[in-house]
Design a protein around this ligand. Structure first.
Ligand code: GLU
Length: 489
C-alpha cells in the first residue's frame, strides 16, 4: 500500500504556524514511507474565501522547501485538487446519500431554526436540529423542489450508541452518536460543506492517513458516519496537539504572531522554522534538537507525537534558528544575508565591503532581524546615543582620554593593522588603569551610538578613517556639553 497524506488548507488568508506544522508532519510521514504528499485547496466556504490566498500559500510552502507530489498547481491523476473545481463530484455523492436514505432535504427557514434552538436552549435540551424535514414525503419534497424553495441537505446521523475512533496519537476516542447534530452537507448556495467535501476527496484521492490539528477531532465522528454511509474504508487518523501560548491559551490570534510569512519576513530562515515546528509536539528518544529536513524524513514518527497541547516558545525558535543559520554552507549564508540586506535597507556599499560586513556579523546573529542593530550605524548618522551605554561609557575623564588617544592613533595607523591597533589600545588601558573592555566600550558607543556592535577593529575598517574621526569628535563634544535629554534615548 502506498502511503498518501495530504495538507488541505482553506485559502482564508495567511499560512498559520499550526498549519505549517500540519503540512510538515504530513510531508514527513509520507516521505518516511516513500509515499505521496498531496496539496488540496478546500475553498468551499465562500464567505471566508480570500482572493490570492491560494497563490500565497503555494509560494510560502514552496519557499520553505515543502514539495507536494500532486496539487492544484501541478495536477495529478486524482485531481482536480481545488474543491471549487469538484462541485459536480460532490453533487453526485450527495445524491447517492439521499438515495440510500443517509441524507435528507431540509427546507427549514433560518427563522424556524433559530426559534427551535432558542426554545431548546431555554428548556436546557439539546439544540441539535429536530429532524422536522426527515419525515417529509417524497411528493412534498418534489413539490418544494419544483417550486424552487431554498434547501440544504443534512446527513442523517444513525442512532447507534457510540462512534469509536482509533486515533494514532490519542488512541481510542468514543463519541456519543445522540449528541451529534444532523450535519448540513450541502448548503443553500449549492456548495458542499467542509465535512462532505473533505471525506469524498480523502476517499477519491486515496488518502491513507489523515493528519490534522486537534481542532478537527470533534468533526471526525461525522466523517466516520459518512465513510460508513458510503461503505468506504476509513483512513487512519492522527490529530496533532494544539499549539498554545505560555498561559496555555490557544496560540495568539494576532496575525503577526502566527503568520508564517511574517516569520520569514522577520528574518527566520525556512530551516529554522521547520526544525522548530518539527519539535513542537514531536520528540525523539535522544532529545536531539537539531534536524535538517532530510534527516527528519527518516527519523520523524507519528508515534512520538504528544497528546496534549504544546507551548510555543519564541526563544527556542530563535535559538534553533541560530543553530540552523550557523550550520548553513558559508556561501549560501552570505547569499541569504546579502539578499536580506538588499531587501531591507537602502544603501550604497561595494561588494567587498558587504563581504567584510557579513564576515563580521555571521556568527553574531540568530535571525536576520538581528542584522539591523549592526548595520544601521554604517548607513545612518548618529542622532542620539542609547541612554544606558552612554551613561556607562561617555561620561568621564577617561572617556575623553580614550577618544583623543584613539583619534591620534587612527591618524597614524593603517586601519587594517589590527595587531598595532590592539597593542596600542591595550597599552592605553594599562596606562589609564582601566580594563580593555572599558576602552572598547567607550569606542563602541562613540562609533555606533549603541551598546552592541560588531568587533571594534571591524568597526574601524568598515566605517573608514574619516567617519571614525568625525564620530570621535561628535562624542567628545557630546561629553563636553553634558547630557541633554534629546541626545540620549
Ligand atoms: N480545510 C481544513 C482546514 O482549513 C482541513 C481540515 C482537515 O485537514 O481535514 O484546516
Amino acid at each position: 500500500m502506498t502511503i498518501r497524506t495530504r495538507f488541505a488548507p482553506s485559502p482564508t488568508g495567511y499560512l498559520h504556524l499550526g498549519g505549517l506544522r500540519t503540512a510538515l508532519y504530513n510531508y514527513l510521514y509520507s516521505k518516511k514511507h516513500s509515499g505521496k504528499f498531496i496539496l488540496r485547496i478546500e475553498d468551499t466556504d465562500r464567505n471566508r474565501f480570500v482572493p490570492g490566498a491560494e497563490e500565497q500559500l503555494i509560494s510560502t510552502l514552496s519557499n520553505l522547501g515543502i514539495q507536494w507530489d500532486e496539487g492544484p498547481d501541478m495536477g495529478g491523476q486524482l485531481g482536480p485538487y481545488r474543491q471549487s473545481d469538484r462541485l459536480d463530484i460532490y453533487k453526485k455523492y450527495i445524491n447517492k446519500l439521499i438515495d440510500s436514505d443517509n441524507a435528507y432535504y431540509c427546507f427549514c427557514s433560518t427563522e424556524r431554526l433559530k426559534e427551535i434552538r432558542e426554545k431548546a436552549s431555554k428548556e436546557k435540551r439539546s439544540t441539535n436540529y429536530d429532524r422536522h424535514c426527515l419525515t417529509l414525503s417524497k411528493e412534498s419534497i418534489q413539490k418544494k423542489l419544483d417550486a424552487g424553495e431554498r434547501y440544504v441537505v443534512r446527513l442523517k446521523i444513525p442512532d447507534t450508541e457510540n462512534i469509536v475512533l482509533d486515533d494514532i496519537i490519542h488512541g481510542p476516542v468514543k463519541f456519543k452518536a445522540e449528541l451529534i447534530d444532523d450535519q448540513i452537507i450541502l448548503k443553500s448556495d449549492g456548495y458542499p460543506t467542509y465535512h462532505l467535501a473533505n471525506v469524498v476527496d480523502d476517499h477519491l484521492m486515496q488518502i491513507t492517513h489523515v493528519i490534522r490539528g486537534d481542532e478537527w477531532l470533534s468533526s471526525t465522528p461525522k466523517h466516520i458516519v459518512l465513510y460508513n454511509a458510503f461503505k468506504w474504508e476509513i483512513p487512519e487518523f492522527a490529530h496533532l496537539p494544539l499549539i498554545l501560548n505560555a498561559d496555555r491559551s490557544k496560540l495568539s490570534k494576532r496575525q503577526n504572531d502566527v503568520a508564517v510569512e511574517n516569520y520569514l519576513e522577520k528574518g527566520f530562515i525556512p530551516e529554522g522554522l521547520l526544525n522548530y515546528l518539527a519539535l513542537l509536539g514531536w520528540s525523539n528518544k535522544d532529545d536531539m534538537e537539531f534536524f535538517t529536513l532530510e534527516s527528519l524524513k527518516s527519523i520523524f514518527d507519528l508515534k512520538n507525537v504528544s497528546k496534549s497541547g504544546c507551548i510555543f516558545d519564541p526563544r527556542k525558535l530563535i535559538h534553533i534558528n541560530g543553530l540552523q543559520l550557523r550550520s548553513l554552507d558559508e556561501a549560501d549564508r552570505k547569499n541569504r544575508i546579502q539578499n536580506y540586506l538588499e531587501k531591507t535597507f537602502i544603501f550604497n556599499k561595494s561588494g567587498d565591503w558587504i563581504n567584510n560586513f557579513i564576515q563580521e556579523i555571521q556568527e553574531r546573529i540568530k535571525t536576520f532581524n538581528d542584522i539591523s542593530v549592526f548595520f544601521t550605524p554604517f548607513i545612518e548618522k548618529i542622532e542620539f546615543y542609547e541612554k544606558k551605554p552612554a551613561k556607562k561609557f561617555l561620561h568621564s575623564t577617561f572617556s575623553i582620554k580614550v577618544l583623543n588617544f584613539t583619534a591620534d592613533l587612527i591618524k597614524k595607523t593603517k586601519l587594517s593593522d589590527h595587531t598595532e591597533l590592539d597593542r596600542s589600545l591595550r597599552e592605553l588601558a594599562e596606562n589609564l588603569e582601566i580594563s580593555f573592555g572599558k576602552v572598547a566600550g567607550v569606542l563602541r558607543v562613540a562609533l555606533t551610538g549603541r551598546g552592541v556592535s560588531i568587533g571594534l577593529f571591524g568597526l574601524f575598517s568598515l566605517l573608514g578613517k574619516d567617519i571614525v574621526l568625525d564620530r570621535i569628535s561628535q562624542a567628545i563634544e557630546f561629553i563636553n556639553n553634558d547630557y541633554e535629554e534629546k541626545d540620549v534615548k
